[in-house]
Design a protein. Structure first.
Length: 152
């Protein structure tokens, strides 16, 4: 939580390290001699954070949340069209420019949209149709799609 707060309120402090984590930007002249070491350090940070998230994830099903977790593809599929519609009518991109309170409102709105999209119903229909069509096309008996018979 502290990390998220710092990233939103002290973004300028962390922005200079963006080239290390994206992999798309060249090193600045100060880091060129230590580029490989700096990149390795960032990989270590990424692995530690990823492992921490895996450790924090529960092995049990949590009512409500586990069901939403099965519909993350719906959120991924629909988030951009929903963002475009919300931005057209509500200009939500402008929230980001209103300081910390605007960023907090933007994040709360993002969470509300994500939860709304993960509830299923008519939102899930197109992806369910695609999923059923692609799985029905492969006939396999042992449940492993790698062992499916290829069409003749």
């Amino acid at each position: 939580m502290l990390w998220g707060f710092l990233c939103f309120t002290k973004l300028d402090l962390f922005y200079r390290f963006r080239h290390l984590f994206t992999g798309r930007n060249p090193f600045n002249l100060q880091l060129v001699p230590h580029g490989a070491l700096a990149r390795a350090f960032c990989y270590i940070i990424s692995i530690v954070v990823s492992l921490a998230l895996i450790i924090l994830c529960p092995n049990k099903k949590i009512p409500g949340i586990s069901k939403m977790g099965t519909r993350t593809l719906d959120v991924y599929f629909w988030h951009w069209p929903v963002f475009l519609v919300l931005d057209y009518f509500l200009h939500i991109k402008d929230l980001w420019n209103h300081g910390v309170s605007g960023k907090i409102c933007y994040m709360i709105l993002s969470i509300i949209v994500s939860v709304g999209l993960s509830q299923g119903g008519p939102i899930s229909y197109p992806l369910m149709k695609i999923r059923n069509t692609s799985y029905a096309a492969s006939s396999h008996t042992d449940g492993n799609p790698c062992n499916a018979e290829l069409p003749q």
